[in-house]
Design a protein around this ligand. Sequence first.
Ligand code: G3I
Length: 348
Amino acid sequence: DVAELDERYEKSFTIGAAVETSQLEGKDGEMLKKHYNSLVAENIMKPINIQPEEGKFNFKEADKIVKFAKENDMDLRFHTLIWHSQVPEWFFLDKEGKKMVDETDPKQREKNKKLLLKRVETHVKTIVKRYKNDVDSWDVVNEVIDEYAPNDKGLRESPWYQITGTDYIAVAFETARRFAGKDAKLYINDYNTEVEPKRTHLYNLVKELLEQGVPIDGVGHQGHIQLGWPSLQETRDSINMFASLGLDNQITELDVSLYGWPPRPAFKSYEEIPDEVFQAQAERYDALFKLYEELDDKISNVTFWGITDNHTWLDDRAEEYNDGVGKDAPFVFDPYYNVKPAYWAIID
Ligand code: G3I
């Protein structure tokens, strides 16, 4: 019999999985109940799904995930209130339907900024009021740092930023705090948080926001990593850096890709992947979870960005960058719901 993941790490942190609503049933649903005590939506709580048109909120799918978490006594992460991707266009159009980023008149730009900040407030307020008793951790903003940004602070020059500067971040956090209450845990979430220059850009931004009194409780480290990258030392340093600001850390989207970047050449099917690759992956998971346990007073949750190797966004990447065919296998369960060497590595 196979031991439960969440039970194994009970003393250290909760163990989560990202899901589509279709995965709440059948074999995936069974896996969720057995191995995980935390849940997050892979897509359906993003702005484009929650508020596709201004004022028309769609909670139907999101509610299913909330209900499942409640029925099965699982924690819930909300992903994500504000993001530059999967966000509907209307947020960034003025009342006449003109793109706010194109506006050159300073007076109108000021008006546009106000309008967008109001929209941020309404979006956050409506969602937070609805789910404040269900959600434990909120990704308030996602991926606001961009290591390739053309400014020296690494601030992502999304429409949010072009129209409001960093005010959208402050307003999102302040609104979330106002309506979720003091016990809600509010996170700034990003990828490549282990490595420079992104880690320092994020650190500087968070420090500045904290000094301004913006209510941030923690950093979400997505953890889309590879067999040999980033190094354990970089991972350790990053967690310690943010902890030194008095913040919690969560690993929010963990998957260990078999490939570098771009994912090429990729294996064409799961069956093609040799045993030694799964062994290498097991060693990687072993070292990683040892590190997480070592730092467990600074990490409250570790969430996988999926359940088994039959459903992972990394397959899309492997296909896209490998002439249309490619299979990745980033998790500790195989596509047939069996345990992999990586599973034993993190259980033993
Ligand atoms: O829902 C439509 C469907 O109607 C349509 O037929 C189909 C055809 O392409 O697309 C479906 O939407 C897809 C959606 O996932 C739901 O499956 C989008 O094309 C696809 O782009 C989208 O990808 C998601 C991606 O975020 C969007 O950027 C991935 O599933 C999701 O895993 C990924 O998650 C992100 C995190 O939110 C943030 N961190 C990085 C992480 C990985 O990219």
